[in-house]
Design a protein around this ligand. Structure first.
Ligand code: BGC
Ligand code: BGC
Length: 642
């Protein structure tokens, strides 16, 4: 260790000693004037008049003051983010834990706003029992609305919002999501995803707005501003987390090191100019717009894991880009840095990670980092930098003043206003790929409409992954409107809508007793829910059963529409001629009425492809393969309706 590092260590040792003394001999609170001039930490005699407890002080001043009072154990606790099922509230007190999260599906046993708030407040009150009463930060993946919460408004996944390409809409979705999350006592959202996906075989494609960095940046920033509002301390705003830093969208097929995954968490093989112009690009606006936490990517850049990338995290993000917030690891992401956990912790923390999403074995992390500091393998100034960054954000959030949920907000999740907003988003996100003879928009007074496909009547599949469960689920998993219900609600009273999953309408006969021919057929097919690497796919073609379904319905209708519910473009080249119209509806979420709004002309088709639509699997990856001519190019989308 060089002398530059020894001096601050000695000073810090003295500070820590002083802090310990204060704790051992707490002086009785004196009647201080709340408006009194700031005092330096050294002058602060008691906790009651402490700078860190004074809301009129700046977050920086408060963080510095509080840091000066903390023991190493308390500091390392602040750097620890634990999955809620892996820790008891009492352990939050005992280990000085700074943050807890709900992972995908991390809900309370009764899944409603009251029980969410009770769960989060329960952890919070145990955090406040610690010596310095530092409030807890609770995080959640509200990546398309508060997805783990039953009854929340589920907005379209990001790929659909990329098709809508409407920054004002994004801002409003950010606001609404913040309100639904805050209503459950949570003020930290692990969103937005800034991935600029280049290969749609990636299972996280739908979490990405577009293959175009400019569009990703525009939409993600507007959403972030909506989440965070003017002031993070406003009770209805939440801390955003641009993720996954950086290059997550550039991973190369076949490079994943995770079992059963093919591309997720893989290696982004690109030179620095490419990394900067494609993948780093959206971080510039996000930081400019006030991002205060950033999550690191599981992926690597040219063979080095981002979780140990000192150059990218410390020099580029914190240095060059001037990011002042804190850097959080991804779910056990640090563990992947080295098979020896101690070494992994040393490398990741020294690289600049400030908070470790452990997520389960917090004791191991605390032991490893404590030992690393004692062994001087992680310098004390690195710990202080990390903790200062975390505390500063906690002060910005106003957590010290208002750590608990507000019971008056419990009705916000799934409110009518938010569902209307989601419906607008769905309508704007639909992309009309083909429209022979202007079959769409359809009339609302057709005598007979046939609907087919099991995706037509399933809120779970239309919501996709990150809904109630990490992987999402089929069926009636949360309240919403299916496409079928929406069609029924949209048509006039004289229209007979018949639904059969398999496209068989044997018992629907005309006046002469022959099989009736419907004026319109609508087949809804797509991808069953998945998330992350579970969705990595070598083959994106339409299953034979769905092709057969389309063919069956085609026999019984005058005009046929196929709606695709999917997290990405699917290979439809050979099937395109089988139907008059094709609609990409992405993963619309709970508000299926937005689909019917455009099908029946209440709103126009206006969505544009946020990804080029491949002709075949051989063309992939298309993002980087500019020489190929796809089935439909980036930005394609027919317009129809008023
Ligand atoms: C994902 C993140 C997510 C985290 C917490 C990770 O596996 O990569 O996007 O925020 O889990 O659920
Ligand atoms: C959690 C997710 C997390 C994932 C990482 C799951 O068990 O629920 O939140 O992203 O693990 O692989």
């Amino acid at each position: 260790m060089n002398t530059k590092k020894i001096l601050p260590l000695i000073l810090l040792g003295a500070l820590l000693f002083a802090a310990g003394c204060r704790a051992a001999n707490p002086s009785s609170p004196t009647g201080t004037d709340p408006g009194a001039e700031a005092t330096s930490p050294a002058e602060t005699g008691s906790e009651a008049d402490a700078i860190y407890l004074d809301p009129s002080q700046s977050p920086d001043a408060r963080a510095d003051d509080l840091l000066g009072r903390m023991t190493l154990e308390e500091k390392i606790g602040q750097m620890t983010l634990v999955e809620k099922n892996s820790i008891t509230p009492q352990a939050v007190t005992d280990k000085f834990i700074g943050a807890v999260l709900s992972g995908g599906g991390g809900r309370p046993s009764t899944n409603d706003p009251e029980h969410w708030a009770e769960m989060v407040d329960g952890f919070q009150s145990k955090a406040l029992e610690t010596r310095l009463a530092i409030p807890l930060l609770y995080g959640v993946d509200a990546v398309h609305g508060h997805g783990n919460l039953k009854g929340a408004t589920i907005f379209p996944h990001n790929i659909g919002l990329g098709a809508a390409a409407d920054p004002d809409l994004m801002f409003r979705i950010g606001q609404a999501t913040a309100e639904e999350v805050a209503a459950t006592g949570i003020w930290w959202n692990f969103a937005p995803v800034l991935a600029v996906t280049q290969d749609i075989r990636w299972g996280r494609t739908y979490e990405s707005y577009s293959q175009d960095p400019e569009l990703v940046s525009l939409l993600a920033s507007a959403y972030l501003r909506g989440l965070q509002g003017e002031n993070l301390a406003d009770p209805l705003t939440v801390l955003a987390t641009p993720k996954h830093f950086v290059g997550d969208g550039g991973v190369v097929w076949g490079t994943s090191t995770t079992q059963n995954y093919s591309i997720d968490r893989g290696d982004t093989q690109i030179d620095e100019d490419g990394l900067r112009s494609i993948h780093l690009y959206p971080y510039l606006a996000a930081i400019e717009d006030g991002a205060q936490s950033v999550m690191v990517s599981f992926s690597s850049w040219n063979g080095t894991k981002l979780h140990e990338h000192q150059y990218l995290i410390t020099e580029v993000l914190k240095g060059e880009l001037g990011f002042e917030g804190f850097v959080v690891s991804d779910w056990a992401g640090i563990d992947e840095v080295d098979s020896n956990y101690y070494n992994a912790v040393v490398r990741a923390i020294n690289a600049g990670i400030d908070m470790n999403m452990v997520p389960t074995q917090y004791d191991l992390f605390i032991m490893a980092l404590t030992a690393a500091v004692e062994n001087e393998e992680v310098p004390m100034d690195r710990i202080d930098d990390a903790v200062r960054r975390i505390l500063r954000v906690k002060f910005m959030l106003g957590l010290f003043e208002a750590p608990f949920s507000d019971p008056d907000l419990r009705d916000i999740p799934g409110s009518q206003a938010h569902r209307e907003l989601a419906r607008e988003a769905v309508a704007k996100s639909l992309v009309l790929l083909q429209n022979r003879d202007d079959v769409l928009p359809a009339a609302k007074d057709l005598p007979l409409v046939f609907v087919a496909g099991d995706f037509a009547d399933d809120v779970g599949v239309q919501s996709g992954g990150w809904t109630i469960e990490w992987q999402g689920g089929r069926g009636n998993i949360t309240p919403g409107t299916t496409v079928l219900e929406a069609i029924r609600a949209a048509v006039g009273p004289d229209t007979d809508v018949r639904y059969n999953r398999f496209g068989t309408y044997d018992r629907v006969l005309d006046e002469d007793g022959n099989p009736a021919i419907a004026q319109l057929g609508i087949v809804v097919i797509g991808e069953a829910p998945y998330s992350e690497g579970v969705g990595d796919a070598e083959d994106l073609s339409i299953p034979e059963a769905d092709v057969a379904n389309i063919a069956r319905v085609a026999e019984r209708v005058e005009q046929l529409v196929v709606i695709l519910i999917s997290g990405r473009p699917l290979i439809i080249t050979d099937q395109l001629d089988m139907a008059d119209a094709w609609v990409a509806a992405w993963l619309p979420g709970t508000e299926g009425q937005g689909v019917a709004d455009v099908l029946f002309g209440d709103r126009p088709f206006q969505g544009k492809l946020p990804f080029a639509w491949p002709l075949s699997m051989e063309q992939l990856p298309l993002g980087t393969n500019h020489d190929e001519s796809p089935l439909f190019p980036l930005g394609y989308g027919l317009e129809a309706g008023r």
